[in-house]
Ligand binder design. Structure first.
Ligand SMILES: *Cc1c(COP(=O)(O)O)cnc(C)c1O
Length: 414
């Protein structure tokens, strides 16, 4: 007998009717079906479209070079940084936007290591997002540090590596595959007690839950804006430096935009105060304008409500899958305080299952080796979408629809 989806849908509709964030959904362009990949590329906020037309036709087309001043292009990295700071629990002047997460991470890790000369260990997550692992390995080689890989979900294993050798600990706030949320404040305190500094990557938490970098006492942080912040494909990333290091940090990428007065065009380098020294070269202006406009969506949004809705959505998935879809295993942590805004389901044939779902309008993604990953963007999804997605999954498994051979052919971006 098929599970009682109509009943589940009616209960979900009641939750949607009482949702204090329901109205925010109208601020986005919605594709057909159920889009559960907002943790890879967030939906397009409607207001970005006319804003980009003005940026291209007026500011670029007519204003040209003058727009660096008249349209405020030059101040975009710090202005957008200050808007991001509110979502990061950080003060104005401690965040800049521009470049990719990878570039910011390289800059932040070397700057962090330079705060702890003589110490020898760079510690990171054995299962970190690839770019974070690759960059950490390169920084360790460059600076002659020992790269130490740990599983941060195992507090004892982590504690063993945080000793008098620790220069830098770098971790992701939310594990991109399993959705596990790490206790930023507790881990940071542990690393500080060992005398090290900590660089957090909040790519998978900013915009999905309240992030409080200053309260957690993070030293530096990086993150991207094309996921939950809906900044657009390849949107500029950001970097944070705690105010205590703002005038001390010595980033290695001393591009002219990190200079105190870039347009003085001086031969010698003088770093700008605060996070502005983490700028590198000319900002990607059009992408920065799209991001600036996308952030309008968050202006009147209480991140505590976003977190509450995110947990309600992921609770609903876990509950429905547990009850009605026995062929998949829920991988995301059950405890709220350990859960990000995504759910991973394990199935030996996760790849073709995900392709069959995409064909039916339920867009998630596949992560090696056997995970189907679904992001739950609280501002754009309803509870009924969750029921529709799980009902579709149930149907795909129940009817063996995923066994169609074309669903097993791999494309380059999974
Ligand atoms: C998405 C993501 C990135 C992206 O890096 P880019 O250089 O901006 O492509 C980096 N780290 C983590 C943990 C991510 O989730």
């Amino acid at each position: 007998m098929a599970p009682p989806w109509d009943e589940a849908r009616a209960a979900a509709a009641a939750l949607d009717a009482a949702d204090p964030l329901a109205h925010v959904r109208d601020r986005f362009v919605h594709p057909d079906g159920v889009y559960l990949d907002g943790n890879s590329l967030g939906l397009l906020p409607r207001a970005v479209v006319p804003r980009m037309r003005t940026a291209v036709e007026e500011e670029w087309g007519r204003g040209l070079i003058g727009s660096w001043n008249t349209a405020g292009w030059a101040s975009l990295p710090t202005r957008v940084g200050d808007r991001l700071a509110r979502l990061l629990g950080a003060p104005a002047g401690s965040v800049v936007a521009g470049d990719s997460t990878s570039v910011h991470l390289f800059n932040a890790l070397v700057a962090a290591a330079r705060l702890r000369p003589g110490r020898t260990a760079l510690v990171t997550d054995v299962a970190n997002f690839p770019t974070d692992g690759y960059v950490a390995a390169s920084v360790a080689r460059l600076l002659g540090l020992d790269l130490v890989l740990v599983d941060p979900s195992d507090p004892l294993a982590l504690a063993r590596e945080l000793d008098e050798h620790l220069a830098v600990l770098t971790l992701s706030h939310v594990d991109y595959r399993t959705g596990m949320l790490h206790d930023m404040a507790a881990i940071t305190a542990q690393a500080h007690a060992a005398g090290g500094v900590v660089v957090w990557d909040v790519a998978h938490s900013v915009g999905a839950l309240p992030v409080d970098l200053v309260e957690a006492d993070a030293d530096l942080a990086v993150g991207c804006t094309y996921k939950y912040l809906c900044g657009g494909p390849g949107a500029p990333a950001f970097a944070f430096v705690h105010p205590r290091w703002g005038d001390v940090a010595d980033p290695p990428l001393t591009g002219w935009w990190g200079h105190e007065d870039p347009f003085a065009l001086e031969p010698g380098y003088r770093p700008a105060p605060g996070a502005a020294r983490l700028r590198v070269g000319s900002p990607p202006v059009l992408s920065m304008i799209a991001l600036d406009s996308a952030l309008d969506v968050f202006d009147d949004v209480d991140m505590r409500l976003v977190r509450a809705k995110s947990l309600a959505l992921t609770d609903l998935v876990v509950d429905l899958v547990d009850r009605y879809v026995p062929d998949v295993e829920v991988v995301v942590p059950r405890e709220h305080e350990r859960r990000g805004s995504q759910v991973c389901l394990r199935h030996p044939d996760a790849y073709p299952v995900v392709q069959a779902l995409i064909d039916r309008g339920v867009v998630g993604d596949f992560r090696e080796p056997d995970l189907a990953r679904f992001g739950f963007t609280p501002l754009t999804l309803r509870h009924v979408d969750v029921v529709d997605a799980v009902a579709t999954l149930d149907d795909v498994l129940r009817t063996d629809a995923w066994r169609v051979p074309r669903y097993s052919r791999r494309s380059s971006v999974t």
